[in-house]
Design a protein around this ligand. Structure first.
Ligand code: NDP
Length: 339
């Protein structure tokens, strides 16, 4: 079996040499009751994994120990099972080690669910129909408290979460503005995901001026994926009673010192509601509605999905770091083996 392990704790930007592909000689045998052995099909490169690579003890993102395999959201096919709820051949989604073959992940044994629907490619269960799609759904419909006709601004808009937020917002009846870090991504926002306006934030010296240009009436809702200077510029453009759904702050994850934020007093003057959220809080009550609606919308052609697939377990470290650098166009996943 091959696994990707954390070689050393990461400080600052991760390097490929912080992760290591190791070959083990372990026998693939079930370990007691309720174990599974799955052949891993796809791995998801998610930004939160960067938190688990830091030495800092954080109850929300406990660190992997050096030498320990990376574990994240993945899809696999059951080979062996001692759990009556799963049988050989089932396709399962949940937390798994980054490996060719993975046991049930003992730290979150209940994360596994069976997935699969006719007409939907399996890898989509890591994106549009998986954790990122669900984050976009709960973040937009439950945290943003949208009203038809309002303007929403989405950062990292062409990524796994951002592409879905924009499409949900457009279908709901909002004016949708997004930013991303390359001309190709900006083009996708307008041509594929239905954004009304989109811009490349790397080409803007003055983010405040850019937001005033693309959101001339101000911003009712900000779907925050990046933090830092972008958040500060949004605080200058948010409208009275605006809402900020704080999903992520990826621009800060590799920094030793966070960027200062200067315009927070606008939260008071403009009576803005700013709320951080973690998708795990929404699992039970919103998941069934999300899966039903988004599967339907996808099949009806109402929402689209773009993924960026690297091929081969050994490509996972580069794919993960590339995602943090913005090299991914759409959701970054890794294909490990054929279903
Ligand atoms: P993406 O697919 O959007 O990939 C990350 C993107 O972030 C890159 O492609 C890059 O795009 C952008 N980026 C990287 N560095 C910067 C920077 N300094 N400034 C601006 N943009 C940057 O990732 P996801 O969709 O998976 O995640 C998006 C956000 O959502 C992250 O912050 C993540 O932590 C968060 N998240 C939160 C969850 C929750 O439960 N709260 C669950 C899932 C995700 P570009 O080319 O545009 O720069």
């Amino acid at each position: 079996n091959r696994k990707i392990t954390l070689k050393r704790y990461v400080e600052g930007w991760p390097k490929e040499s912080d992760l290591e592909l190791v070959t083990t000689k372990e026998k693939l045998e079930l370990r007691g009751e309720k174990d599974l052995i799955v052949r891993v099909l796809y791995l998801s490169c998610d930004p939160f994994l960067r938190w688990n690579m830091s030495k800092t003890q954080d109850p929300y993102a406990p660190p992997f120990a050096p030498g320990e395999p990376i574990a994240g959201y993945a899809l696999g096919k059951v080979l062996l099972s001692s759990d009556p709820n799963f049988k050989e051949g089932d396709i399962v989604s949940g937390l798994m080690e980054w490996a060719d073959y993975a046991h049930r992940y003992t730290q979150r044994p209940n994360s596994l669910t069976k997935v699969g629907a006719e007409g939907v490619p399996l890898s989509y269960y890591l994106g549009i129909l998986g954790m990122p799609g669900f984050t976009a759904y709960a973040g937009f419909f439950k945290v943003c408290e949208p009203k038809k006709g309002e303007t929403i601004y989405v950062s990292a808009a062409a990524g796994a979460v951002g592409q879905m937020v924009g499409q949900f917002a457009k279908a709901f009846g909002c004016r949708v503005v997004g930013s991303a870090g390359s001309p190709r991504k900006v083009d996708l926002l307008k041509s594929k995901f239905g954004y009304d306006e989109a811009f490349n934030y790397k080409e803007e010296n003055d983010l405040d001026a850019a937001l005033k240009r693309y959101c001339p009436g101000g911003i009712d809702m900000y779907f925050e994926n990046v933090g830092g200077k972008m958040l500060d510029a949004v605080l200058l453009n948010i409208k009275d009673h605006g809402r900020i759904a704080v999903c992520g702050m990826i621009s800060q994850y590799n920094k030793e010192e966070p960027d200062p934020i200067y315009n927070l007093t606008n939260l008071i003057k403009r009576r803005v509601k700013m709320q951080g959220f973690l998708i795990n809080d929404y699992n039970e009550d919103v998941q069934p509605e999300f899966l039903k609606n988004v599967t339907e919308w996808y099949k009806e052609g109402k929402v689209h999905y773009v993924e960026d697939l690297a091929v081969g377990l050994e490509k996972a470290p580069a794919a993960f770091i590339g995602m943090l650098e913005g090299k991914n166009v759409g959701k970054q996943s890794v294909k490990v083996s054929d279903p």
